[in-house]
Ligand binder design. Structure first.
Ligand code: S3P
Length: 456
């Protein structure tokens, strides 16, 4: 899908965004491995989350049909049917996805390869689950996922006792699970995916399993385990769990702050006011708001409730009088890992040089995002470059022109949002990939006032 954005119109109003992808992966896994019934509402219909649901269906008995049906549901269905995206149609019923779990020990041997699609989180988290199931399973995915590093998750799970073969460090992962014992594992790079895989494995292992993080990362797994009554210990940078079987639970997935980031950016660019309701306000996901504050974008948040240990509430974006350039330190990167494409595009719309230091992890995301961001800025008439692991953005605005998503959902959305502040029209090729995390992104942005035409 090719879209054409005409810069100018303000993006403002009140909106919800699809449910949080990171949380949805985890809660689906926890529902499928619970003892008893769980009900999840506001699951995002994003393709990544569907991959987790359909992979779980492949190893679930009673829950299999419901998970499979949800995974293959039409994402734009107005009532949601469990796959709600960004609007609650007035008067509609948001049907929960009901999952009848039979406990971790109730998982069944897969009769097919588990296809994680484009989702790195699905593959790494499911590796942690399948590492303890006494079966042979194969986790695979699309070309992008099969190019991403998997040794980082295979290594600790092998140390716990699982047999895991990779294709020279890449998927497919061939797992012979069962008989795990706890370990203490310092992760080399700060990654919530690997941390979570080890913690999920640790919930079904003998003894204590401890992950030591080099820097804090998103803590959705820890919060959910604690909310379910699980034995989770936090001591500085060390997170420990031991064997625990949880019961079913009910929860509503909060809006995804990483998806909201693109709308916040669009509002900031157009100097207008925006309110986002029912948003996840977990502090490990909101560091981008601190970076935005340094760039001149003022926001306020209000926590209204909790869902399975996650704070949920409202985010308000004040009209932004003008954007400033920014310096982002390497220590900040893990907490803004998914928002860097958006922050970099905003930095290009400011005057003056910006630098994102130590952002090398971006080279192994859905695409080599470091290069893709610089290229996207250059394609639209701006100036940016990669210096080692640093991204340097020259600033001064974007002329307009044509850019490509490269099959990366966050690149597609960053380019489209930035186009609102360009000097001339922008065409973005491959915009359909936004649905990987934000089904309905173009429609949402249009409804808020942006001028976006779907060309093909
Ligand atoms: C995620 C963690 C991050 C992030 C990804 C989702 C998660 O990856 O980039 O989009 O849900 O745990 P890393 O932890 O590998 O950096």
């Amino acid at each position: 899908m090719r879209v054409r954005i005409t810069p100018g119109p303000t993006v403002e109003g009140t909106v919800r965004v699809p449910g949080d992808k990171s949380i949805a992966h985890r809660w689906l896994i926890l529902a499928a491995t619970a003892r008893g019934r769980s009900a999840l509402v506001d699951l995002p219909g994003s393709l990544d989350v569907r991959s987790t649901a359909s992979s779980l269906a492949g190893v679930s008995g009673k829950a299999g049909p419901a998970l499979e049906a949800w995974a293959s549901n039409d994402p734009s269905s107005a009532e949601g049917h469990g796959s709600t995206w960004n609007v609650r149609v007035p008067g509609s019923v948001v049907t929960p996805l009901e999952v009848e779990g039979e406990g971790r020990a109730g998982l069944i041997a897969p009769t097919r390869d588990l296809d994680c699609g484009n989702a790195g989180t699905a593959m790494r988290l499911l590796a942690g689950v399948m590492a303890s199931a006494p079966y042979h399973s194969v986790l695979t995915g699309d070309g992008s996922l099969r190019a991403r590093p998997m040794d980082r998750v295979a290594e600790p799970l092998r140390a716990m006792g699982a047999g895991i073969e990779t294709d020279e460090g890449h998927a497919p992962l061939r797992i012979d699970g069962g008989g795990l014992v706890g370990i203490t594992y310092p992760t080399e790079v700060p990654t919530a995916q690997v941390k979570s895989a080890i913690l999920f494995a640790g919930l079904d292992a003998d003894g204590l399993t401890t992950v030591v993080e080099p820097a804090p990362t998103r803590d959705h797994t820890e919060r959910a385990i604690r909310a379910l009554g699980g034995p989770i210990l936090l001591e500085g940078s060390a997170i420990s769990v031991s064997r625990f079987q949880h019961d079913g639970f009910d929860a509503a997935v909060p809006g995804d702050p990483s998806s909201a980031a693109f709308l916040v950016a669009a509002a900031a660019i157009s100097g207008s006011e925006l309110t986002i309701d029912d948003l996840g306000l977990n502090p490990t996901r909101l560091h981008y708001l601190e970076v935005l504050a340094r760039m001149g974008v003022r926001t306020e948040r209000r926590i209204e409730r909790e869902e399975l240990g996650e704070p949920v509430g409202q985010l308000w974006v004040a009209p932004c009088p003008g954007l400033r350039s920014v310096r982002v330190e390497a220590s900040e990167i893990p907490l803004i890992i998914d928002e860097i494409p958006m922050l970099a595009m905003l930095a290009q719309l400011a005057n003056g040089d910006s630098r994102f230091s130590g952002a090398g992890e971006l080279k192994v995301k859905e695409s080599d995002r470091l290069t893709a961001i610089a290229q996207g800025i250059i394609d639209l008439g701006g100036h940016a470059g990669v210096e080692g692991d640093d991204l340097v953005v020259v600033g001064g605005g974007l002329d307009g022109g044509r850019a490509v998503s490269g099959g990366d959902h966050r690149m597609a959305m960053a380019l489209i949002a930035a186009a609102i502040g360009a000097r001339g029209p922008v065409e973005v090729e491959g915009a359909e990939v936004a649905a990987v995390s934000f089904p309905g992104f173009v429609e949402t942005l249009s409804r808020l006032g942006a001028s976006i035409e779907v060309l093909a």
